[in-house]
Write a new protein. Sequence first.
Length: 219
Amino acid sequence: MGQKVHPTAFRLGKIFKTKSTWYADAKSYPKQLLEDNKIRRFLENRLNLAGLTHTEIKRSINTVDIHVFVSRPGVVIGRGGSGLDILKKELNKLVLGTETPPKNHPIKINIHPEEVQNPDVSSALVLDRLISQIERRYPHRRAVSQAIEKAMSAGAKGIKVTFSGRINGADIARTETYKQGRVPTQTIRANIDYSEKPALTRSGYVGIKVWVYTGDIVK
């Protein structure tokens, strides 16, 4: 049986960089690692309507810079920046324990929304769209056919989608894979965007995995 490896972890340090950039000693490392996980889980739920693809966290001595990559930055910023202010208060409460920390507080949180230029080739957005359709009992073959067509039209060189579980409420779980173009998972220079998440249907979980290949990165 073949051994599987996460496509992003396989290329980490070669063509991809880490999504958390900071240094900590042995004492504070677990605390900061847990904070990063809390921030990511919170933003995934909070910015679902904004089309969040991923979050990058950079820490310095007294600042935490959070870069959120979204397809609709206007939803994050809000009218006159009001949405950004509310989000910052919620993150302050999550990380620092208070919405309005004092001016002399040693840690300051900054949020930087950044727009995803081509959302149709983002595996996270393709996956979210598929999950929404499957949970609303939309025919999965039609949904994946539309997703593949959009991705290939937007410039992707290959896309692969895998469903695993009780697809369409079937009594027996099965796995179905749909693919178009090239998806060279064993080539390190291949820029493959990968996401996985379950769809919570009435019959149970249906695991969905999406690979999107957009070309090679040569340094």
